[in-house]
Design a binder for this molecule. Structure first.
Ligand code: AMP
Length: 549
């Protein structure tokens, strides 16, 4: 028997229209560095998005299904594109401005982007690639920047404000199928070519609802969120669309992502929530320790993208009174997978045990662990396996290219359609995930697994350690052994033996590394994660000064 309910598509169009009218007074504030921040209401932003849709269709000939790329910082104009492009039936493709030139070129060509909206400050990065970006017909330059680098380039060049200025503030939105593509994002691609994940209107809509639930980020129109996480990194973790849906005020950092301007932004604009990867919060902690600022407005900070060292969480608790909330997700999971909100009714210590996990699965994300023999492992907090997930905002395939079938590589999707995350961990009886490693980062020492993340977390709890990354290196006797690379805090002189002794008693004796190297900084990926591939290569190339204890 079928229901008697209406079958109304869940679309970004709905989010745009609703946010503009019902949450018209909410604001988006973009940091501009020296001058006054730029402030716009959602009503102004929504109407500018409608103008943009008109400009893209009537001015540039964008049609339903066409890809419109953005090479932009987090700012109000980027939010306009987030809303306008999907609502008109085109596909928003956010480009990661930190990717190497060859990968950016591959991505733009693979997605066949017809239009690129680009911040003026990023033109020097884009201009040299243009001769290789065949499908791009139009460049729309947003904000100030030296445009002379575009002289003689093939695509037509437009100014954003001139293009949208004077366009109508109404648009006959197309009736979209909720399963149509709304946005796409390529994975950072540590191996092989980057792979495109294509989000649907439905997945974005449902994911936006999830962002606003209390078990997730729990935000509403009383909040001001500061997404430091870039809008090109899994849609800034879903915050822009959720914001327009629920009237959450936005504070956009634009290109000012260094600790000092972030600290100033927090003190002046008083966000109640912020979101970023651990390296950003590490930097901010150092900044705030050196130059204290008032960050008391922050009620909650979402931290994820790589494991949050418990020591960092503790430092935020104790030194700043700011609660870091750990979350896990991937480009393929939109990204909300788990969020570590502790269950009700616990004392601080019991709560702590939950807060340092990667978090709890919501109803819409089903999870299972696949053990080394291929069997499904129990949720007992001890049995480890590779995490597989499925749900309405989880990718079921990658984009195959125009006119091509979607790709379902075996190492990424199980035969019954679950996403293979490549993350290894355990799940507790009550559904909290604890990750011990990426499958490819696990250290296999004499038939036993050593968690690199565990060693890193302990090392980073040492008062003299700023950062620590542990990788597997070949070992004649044990197959693999851990190599600990450590960044000491300025002025610290702690030796390797002291660090080794610090680990003794905290982890099993046989897990303690005997190979150590001091580094100036841990290499980072384009989205700010530890780049262990680079570390392994430096070791293989003999570029690290390794001491063996
Ligand atoms: P990306 O698609 O670039 O966002 O990368 C996704 C990957 O980042 C995941 O598969 C994890 O390996 C890692 N990751 C994300 N969040 C966390 C977390 N809270 N703890 C540990 N690893 C994480």
């Amino acid at each position: 028997m079928l229901s008697t309910m209406q079958d109304v598509p869940l679309t970004v169009t709905r989010i745009l229209v609703h946010g503009t009218v019902v949450h018209g007074k909410s604001t988006v504030t973009t940091w501009t560095g020296e001058g006054e921040p730029q402030r716009r209401t959602f009503r102004e932003t929504g109407l500018r998005a409608v103008r943009l849709a008109n400009a893209l269709r009537d001015g540039l000939g964008v049609e339903r299904g066409d890809r419109v790329a953005t090479l932009m910082w987090n700012n109000a104009e980027h939010l306009e594109a987030y809303l306008a492009v999907p609502a008109m039936g085109a596909v928003l493709h956010t480009l990661n401005l930190r990717l190497p030139a060859d990968q950016l070129t591959f991505i733009v060509n693979h997605a066949a982007d017809r239009v690129v909206l680009v911040n003026g400050s990023l033109l020097p990065l884009l201009a040299p690639l243009l001769p290789h970006l065949e499908p791009v017909e139009h460049l729309v330059v947003v904000g100030p920047g030296d445009r002379s680098v575009l002289d003689g380039c093939r695509p037509a060049v437009h100014d954003y404000e001139e293009l949208i200025g004077g366009r109508p503030t109404t648009y006959a939105w197309p009736e979209l199928d909720e399963r149509e593509a709304a946005a796409m994002c390529y994975t950072s691609g540590t191996t092989g070519d980057p792979k495109g994940v294509v989000y649907s209107h439905r997945s974005i809509y449902l994911h936006s609802l999830q962002v606003t639930t209390a078990e997730s980020m729990g935000l509403d129109s009383h909040d001001r969120t500061l997404p430091v996480v870039p809008m090109f990194h899994v849609n800034a973790w879903g915050l822009p669309h959720a914001a327009f849906m629920a009237g959450i005020n936005m504070i956009m950092p634009d290109r000012f992502l260094q600790p000092a301007p972030l600290a100033e932004m927090i003190e002046r604009l008083r966000p109640t929530h912020a979101a970023a990867v651990p390296t950003i919060w590490q930097g901010l902690l150092a900044e705030l320790t050196a130059r204290p600022r008032d960050v008391s407005s922050l009620k909650q900070v979402t931290i994820g993208g790589s494991a949050c060292p418990p020591a960092l969480m503790k430092a935020f608790d104790e030194q700043l009174g700011v609660r870091l909330c750990h979350a896990w997700g991937m480009t393929e999971t939109s990204p909300l997978g788990t969020v570590a909100q502790a269950p009700a009714g616990l004392g601080p210590e019991e709560e702590w045990a939950y807060r340092i996990t990667q978090g709890r699965f919501p109803a819409s994300v089903e999870a299972r662990l696949i053990g080394p023999d291929g069997s499904v492992m129990p949720w007992d907090g001890a049995s480890a396996g590779e995490l597989e997930v499925r749900g309405p905002w989880i990718a079921g395939a990658y984009y195959g290219g125009a006119g091509q079938e979607p790709l379902r590589p075996e190492d990424k999707f199980s035969p019954d359609g679950w996403l293979r995350t490549g993350d290894v961990g355990v799940i507790s009886e009550d559904g909290y995930l604890t990750l011990t490693d990426r499958a490819k980062d696990v250290i296999k020492s004499g038939g036993e697994w050593i968690s690199s993340v565990d060693l890193e977390n302990h090392l980073m709890a040492h008062p003299d350690v700023a950062e620590a990354a542990v990788v597997a290196v070949p070992d004649e006797r044990w197959g693999e052994r851990p190599l600990a690379t450590v960044v000491l805090k300025p002025g610290a002189t702690t030796g390797y033996a002291a660090l080794r002794d610090f680990l003794e008693g905290r982890v099993a004796h046989w897990q303690v590394p005997e190979r150590w190297a001091l580094v100036e900084a841990v290499p980072k990926t384009s989205v700010g994660k530890f780049d262990k591939k680079v570390l392994r290569k430096s070791y293989a190339d003999g570029k690290l000064d390794v001491t063996r204890l």
